[in-house]
Design a protein around this ligand. Structure first.
Ligand SMILES: [Zn+2]
Ligand SMILES: [Zn+2]
Length: 335
């Protein structure tokens, strides 16, 4: 048996933190009193803040990609991590004109800190990808889980841990799940959450699931809460069609790296222009997006060109296959 509670963090918050509702803290308290184990789940990969409207639950999305945009400090703008599109930080909601926009960002370390402070007499264990990377580490983590009262879960680890005695599962911030710039993140989240929630209540006990969110009016949140697969997939497919995502179109990313930022940029700018010309000449309607924002890894600068079309693989075969083969710094990633 399972009971699921959807908590609106705009109206239900505690003195300790705006990310912890009184509903959740009361439930934790109650379970601890009865020696029942608790899982608090918060996605670790969320390291940027996003912008939401506290009135109509509108989430700021990129006009090119339909992916969430993030608040960057320098320059102070909303940025799409997929295509690099930037936008001024709005003063009022673009949908309902309400002025109370919220910047949302909460990290697993912060959560651990606050929980330790409130329940400092209890055993709290943080399960991370780092501490389950080897078999021996996994064994140790398993023992820690058995001994812990509260487990802070930071990644969707859906196999290998059969958890007994879990009576309360809390999704600390549902929208944190949607932070990864991938078009199918909602679908993955939907399935993962179902699996996580499914961990409780295996032996016939009644498990409570608390889902916290600042955007209870958002259609994705509503569908997770009601586990409405049919509506979810119907809506997701319609959205993907509008934004040319698979299964309607193929998406490929051309990625180029170089130690010199300007060289990398120039190379990709030229390549994007070339591809556009070929596309036009052949009357293809390929969508070509050059993301002018680079990212840096091991001192190399990376630039991406995103290609969307019904048959990108054919197009690449006929055009720059040789170039890709010869140039070890140019990579093709299929989304
Ligand atoms: Zn609004
Ligand atoms: Zn975008």
């Amino acid at each position: 048996m399972k009971n699921t509670f959807l908590v609106n963090l705009n109206i239900d918050y505690s003195r300790e933190s705006k990310y912890l509702s009184t509903t959740l803290l009361d439930k934790i308290e109650e379970n601890l009193k009865n020696n029942k184990k608790i899982i608090l789940y918060l996605n670790k990969r969320w390291d940027f803040s996003s912008m939401i409207c506290s009135d109509c639950s509108h989430l700021y999305k990129c006009k090119n990609c339909d992916l969430k945009m993030y608040v960057h400090k320098n320059p102070f703008k909303l940025v799409c991590h997929f295509c690099g599109f930037k936008k001024e930080i709005p003063l009022s909601c673009e949908k309902c004109k309400w002025v109370n926009l919220l910047k949302i960002g909460f990290w697993t370390q912060q959560l651990e800190g606050i929980i330790k402070k409130i329940f400092n007499w209890k055993k709290i264990f943080r399960l991370d990808t780092d501490n389950v990377s080897s078999i021996s580490a996994k064994k140790e983590a398993f023992e820690n889980i058995q001994n812990a009262d509260i487990i802070i879960w930071t990644k969707m680890i859906t196999t290998g841990f059969d958890l007994e005695n879990i009576w309360l599962i809390a999704i600390i911030l549902l929208e944190a799940e949607l932070s990864v710039p991938k078009y199918d993140i909602e679908e993955k989240t939907f399935i993962n959450l179902k699996q996580l929630i499914g961990r409780g209540g295996r032996k016939g006990q009644i498990t409570d699931t608390v889902i916290q969110t600042f955007i209870p009016e958002n259609s994705f949140v509503k569908q997770v809460f009601s586990s409405n697969y049919k509506d979810f997939f119907k809506e997701t497919l319609a959205e993907r069609k509008i934004f040319n995502y698979p299964p309607f179109k193929e998406i490929y990313i051309l990625q180029y790296k170089n130690y010199n930022k300007k060289n990398a940029y120039d190379f990709m700018e030229k390549l994007a222009k070339n591809l556009e010309n070929i596309s036009k000449k052949n009357f293809f309607d390929i969508e070509i997006i050059f993301n002018k924002t680079s990212f840096k890894r091991s001192n190399q600068y990376f630039f991406n060109i995103i290609l969307k079309w019904k048959k990108i693989s054919d197009f690449l075969d006929k055009t720059i296959k040789k170039e890709i083969f010869k140039n070890k710094d140019l990579n093709v990633i299929k989304e």
